[in-house]
Structure formats: structure tokens, C-alpha cells
Design a protein around this ligand. Structure first.
Ligand SMILES: Cc1cc2nc3c(=O)[nH]c(=O)nc-3n(C[C@H](O)[C@H](O)[C@H](O)COP(=O)(O)OP(=O)(O)OC[C@H]3O[C@@H](n4cnc5c(N)ncnc54)[C@H](O)[C@@H]3O)c2cc1C
Ligand code: SF4
Length: 509
């Protein structure tokens, strides 16, 4: 009879910690690796069905890989009889089963989970070995400053990690090429089709239904498009670098009726579940820049800034500002999110397209999130709690540490200007400038008042008027305030009454 193996303890792997090169796995055969699908983790907001299915499927693949490498794995599927649907209770069960008293866990990226896991007896937290920065690094960096300017942090990161640097100097004639990256797609420009998979996830989908987990969004269970393993995540990344990166910079702000992800990488799900490491993503892009003439500095810098700059900065601010950040509501916005955010059923073509594809693919690119759905929500004075809940639920890459800072901070300015130096709002002219949404719309982007006037136009000026006092000390809002000041009184009146009419009938827009 073989002797029963004695284990040192448990090691908990969360659904967004699927990093196979964590040092745990260098020689960790005397630990039991634990993964759990539990209801509270799927129900704290209504998630997109593709997000729930995608995370469960990726977790199961990860567990199988560990087993293939002879690691001891304890896996709780969502409907397993022995699944107590709680981290604490399942850990207690495994303490008894394996006769151990301790567990290790990688630092969770979410405040709520940090508290939950810290309360379980026998736990020790270790680094997730994923980010460039430690949790408190951003806070320490900005310690003696009253503003959290991302650009300062980003330059520090470039120097510290020697990325796009040569002999201590930045490559190219400037640090930041943001202003170069702002074109709409030219007429008749064909965008390469994005890489997708066609996984059959029907079994997991059925299990999620049987478990009664509520969800939003659409799914084709026989044609699941997202990568579910590290190997597939790498294939997405490689496809992007080979076929899309060249045009990323030019068209990253472009809005399109035809192309749902334009030249974006769609690697956020893989990175946020840690199947991909940000270092390897940046290395691949930097390598392409050095090896291929068609990859210019503007594109390379623009892409790397998103990951080395924004992604790390958002995470650091999250840990610096939580838990209070989650309650900030600078404009005291109270309106309910219109029903069409859950259906895409609106006459406003830009919103219908951005919401429709979010329901279909659990994805929208940055400018759709910021300047379409986010812009409208802010102009309409929607309660940021509702806006947060929507963004946290609908996107496959949405995890609170990055969703909250982008939504409440960058998009809704509910933090009063910690993340963004001014609110990201616009009238229809920006949306029309960046793409072809307006040409398919029942509303007219040039009309400000009267029938069929684009709602963004009057809501924009209504927003300026309503918050005029709050903007007075913001130099970056000066031009908008001056334009409003100069506007003829009757014109102002009709814009404000148009906005009121639209807001009173928001669900019918
Ligand atoms: C209102 C709002 C909500 C958002 N919610 C999320 C979210 O829940 N999860 C999430 O990962 N991103 C979020 N973002 C940031 C950004 O929109 C997504 O990271 C991006 O659209 C993901 O698609 P992609 O992988 O094709 O990105 P690309 O455009 O190809 O960019 C490459 C990578 O850069 C990183 N990145 C780009 N912009 C940001 C940013 N502002 N903050 C942090 N990382 C960034 C992402 O990791 C992304 O994968 C949000 C943005 C807004 C305006
Ligand atoms: S006209 Fe207005 S509502 Fe219609 S697509 Fe353009 S910006 Fe959106």
C-alpha cells in the first residue's frame, strides 16, 4: 500500500491568478493547489455570461495543466456536492481532508477579497508576481504631491524599468506621443479581422445555468471567442503584434460601425486573469519596434504607455484610495441608468452600437467606454454606483481594481479630479469626428435643438451650466466656460430646455 502523502499546506489560486510561472510552481509539490468556483464571487454584481463562463473555463484548464505536471489539485466546481460556496468553509474542509492547518494565497487585486481572505485563519499572503509595482508604490511615489499626475509616474516607470530608453534618455523626440494617435478610419479602409477562437463551452454554460447564476449579455456556447489558456492568450498577443500593432497608434481612438475592436489588442482578459504577464507583452512590442520599420515610435510608445503607465497607475491609486473611493460622487449624480444600457435598444446609434457589441462580445474598446457610454452617463447625471455596476458586470476584463478607477475616476470624474484633470465629456462633434456612427443615426449630429437634435449636444451644455461653479477653478475647463458665457441668452435657454426634455424622457431616447 502506498504511503499517504503529507502536505505542508494549501495554496489558494483565485480565478484571476492563472499565472503558471509563479514561483510557487518552481518546486511546490508538497502543497495542495486549491481553485474554487463559488457563487458569491459570481453574484456580487450581475456579470456578463461570457465573463463567468470564460473565467470558469480558464480556471479548469489551469487546474488540468497543474495536474498534468503532477501537482496536487483540489478543485470545487460550481455545482459540486461538497462545494460550500465559501472560501472559508471550503478551506476548512480541505484542512480536515489533508490534515493541514495553513494556507497561502497570492495578494488579491480586490479590496473586498483582501478583507475576506485576511479573516480566514491560517492564511499567509504572498506576492502575485504579476505587476511591475507593489501595491503601495504609487502612493509612495506621489507622497509629497497634491496631484497624481500619471505622466510623472509613467516617466519614472520608463526610467526605472529601462523601457524605450537608451543611455538614460527616452527614445524618440518626446516622452509621450498621445497627440499623434487620433485618426478616424479612412473611407474604404479594411481592418484585419481580429483573431477569435471557436471554443465549445456548452457544458460549462449549462452548469452555470443549473447553478442559477444570474447574468447579462449574450453567448454562443459553441463558438466562444476568448482565449482560455496561456497558450491561446499568447496566440492573441502574437496575432496583435504581427497584424494590428502597426495601425494601433493611428486608429486607437477610431469609432466604427463595422469593426468592433478596430486595431485593439483584446488582451485585457488574458492580462487581468494573469494568463499573460505585462512584462512579456511590453517586451514583445518593444522587440517589434526594434525589428520592424513599419512599427513606429508613436504606436509603440502609445501602446506601452497603456500598460506600463495607465494599468499600473490605476492599480496603485486603487490601493491608495480604497475603500472611500468607491463612494465618491463629486457631482452628486442621482439618476438611474437608462434601461437601454441593458439592451442596446436606443435610437442613438453610437450608444446602440457600443452597448450592442458589449452585450454580444463582453468587450468595447477604450474610446467606446470613455467617450460613448461613459460620456453619455456623465452628461445625463447618472449615479456613479449604477455606472460602476454596469461596467464591472459587462466587460470580460472587468475587475474592480481597474474598472473602478477607470469608471468612477477617468470616465465619471466622481473623484473630483484625482485620475483625470478634467471631465471626459463631448458633444456630437467629437463622436462624428472620430468615426461613422453619426451617419447611421436617427439624430442629427449638427442639430443642437429641435426635433432629431443629437442629445449629446444639449446635454453637453446643460452639464457645463449645471456644474459651472465647480469648473471655475479648473483651467482646463476655461475655454468651455468662456464659450458658454458668450452664448446668447435665448440660445442657452433653448439648449437647457432641450436637455431637460431629453432627461425627462431618457428611456425613450
Ligand atoms: C469606463 C471605463 C471602464 C474600463 N474598465 C476596464 C476594466 O474593467 N478592465 C480593464 O482592463 N480595463 C478597463 N478600462 C480600460 C480600457 O478601456 C481597457 O483596458 C481596454 O479597452 C481593453 O481592451 P484591449 O485589451 O483591446 O486594450 P488595448 O487598447 O489594446 O490596450 C492594451 C492594454 O492596455 C491596458 N490599458 C489600456 N487603457 C487602460 C486604462 N485606462 N487603464 C488600465 N489599463 C489600460 C489594458 O491592459 C489593455 O489590455 C476601462 C476604461 C474605461 C473608460
Ligand atoms: S448623432 Fe448623436 S446620438 Fe447619433 S451617433 Fe452621432 S453622437 Fe451618437
Amino acid at each position: 500500500m502506498s504511503k499517504k502523502q503529507k502536505f505542508k499546506g494549501l495554496r489558494l489560486i483565485l480565478g484571476d491568478q492563472l499565472y503558471p510561472f509563479h514561483s510557487w510552481f518552481d518546486d511546490g509539490k508538497d502543497y495542495v493547489y486549491v481553485l474554487m468556483e463559488i457563487k458569491p464571487e459570481s453574484e456580487y454584481v450581475k456579470h456578463h455570461i461570457q465573463k463567468i463562463v470564460g473565467i470558469f473555463a480558464a480556471m479548469r484548464n489551469f487546474a488540468e495543466d497543474l495536474k498534468d505536471k503532477d501537482f496536487e489539485v483540489a478543485y470545487f466546481k460550481i455545482n459540486d456536492d461538497g462545494n460550500e460556496q465559501s472560501f472559508e468553509k471550503n478551506i476548512q474542509l480541505l484542512y480536515e481532508k489533508y490534515e493541514v492547518e495553513e494556507f497561502e494565497y497570492q495578494e488579491p487585486d480586490e479590496w473586498r477579497l483582501d478583507e475576506v481572505l485576511a479573516d480566514i485563519s491560517g492564511g499567509t499572503m504572498v506576492s502575485s508576481e504579476h505587476f511591475f509595482t507593489d501595491r503601495d508604490e504609487v502612493e509612495t511615489f506621489f507622497k509629497d504631491n497634491d496631484s497624481y499626475l500619471m505622466e510623472r509616474f509613467y516617466r519614472h516607470m520608463r526610467k526605472k524599468h529601462d523601457i524605450l530608453m537608451e543611455d538614460g534618455e527616452h527614445i524618440g523626440d518626446k516622452w509621450n506621443y498621445d497627440k499623434s494617435n487620433r485618426n478616424k478610419l479612412p473611407k474604404d479602409h479594411d481592418v484585419t479581422d481580429p483573431k477569435t477562437y471557436s471554443h465549445d463551452v456548452s457544458d460549462i454554460y449549462q452548469e452555470v445555468q443549473d447553478a442559477g447564476l444570474e447574468s447579462i449579455g449574450n453567448i454562443e456556447p459553441e463558438k466562444f471567442i476568448w482565449p482560455l489558456t496561456r497558450r491561446e492568450s499568447l496566440a492573441y498577443l502574437n496575432f496583435f503584434v504581427k497584424n494590428m500593432l502597426e495601425h494601433f497608434g493611428d486608429y486607437q481612438d477610431a469609432l466604427s460601425n463595422e469593426y468592433w475592436s478596430v486595431y485593439h489588442s483584446r488582451i485585457s482578459f488574458s492580462m487581468n486573469t494573469k494568463m499573460l504577464n505585462p512584462r512579456e507583452v511590453i517586451e514583445k512590442v518593444e522587440e517589434a519596434f526594434y525589428e520592424r520599420d513599419e512599427i513606429d515610435i508613436a504606436t509603440t510608445e502609445g501602446f506601452i504607455r497603456q500598460i506600463l503607465g495607465w494599468r499600473e497607475y490605476m492599480r496603485g491609486l486603487y490601493w491608495a484610495k480604497m475603500p472611500d473611493y468607491k463612494t465618491l460622487n463629486h457631482f452628486n449624480n442621482k439618476r438611474k441608468l437608462p434601461d437601454f444600457y441593458w439592451t442596446g435598444d436606443t435610437k442613438m446609434n453610437c450608444l446602440s452600437k457600443a452597448i450592442g457589441q458589449s452585450l454580444d462580445h463582453a468587450y468595447a474598446h477604450h474610446i467606446q467606454r470613455l467617450m460613448i457610454t461613459g460620456n453619455f452617463a456623465l452628461l445625463a447625471g447618472i449615479n456613479p454606483d449604477e455606472v460602476d455596476e454596469w461596467y464591472l458586470g459587462i466587460y470580460i476584463d472587468a475587475f474592480e481594481w481597474v474598472e473602478l478607477m477607470n469608471t468612477r475616476g477617468m470616465s465619471q470624474f466622481a473623484d473630483g479630479g484625482i485620475v483625470a484633470t478634467k471631465p471626459y465629456v463631448s458633444s456630437a462633434s467629437y463622436i462624428n469626428k472620430m468615426g461613422d456612427y453619426c451617419s447611421n443615426c436617427e439624430y442629427s449630429h449638427t442639430k443642437k435643438t429641435g426635433e432629431s437634435a443629437c442629445p449629446f449636444n444639449s446635454l453637453y451644455w446643460n452639464f457645463i451650466d449645471q456644474h459651472y461653479e465647480k469648473f471655475k477653478n479648473n483651467a482646463r475647463m476655461g475655454m468651455m466656460l468662456a464659450t458658454w458665457d458668450k452664448m446668447d441668452g435665448d440660445k442657452k435657454e433653448s439648449l437647457l430646455s432641450q436637455a431637460t426634455k431629453y432627461l425627462d424622457n431618457i428611456d425613450t431616447l
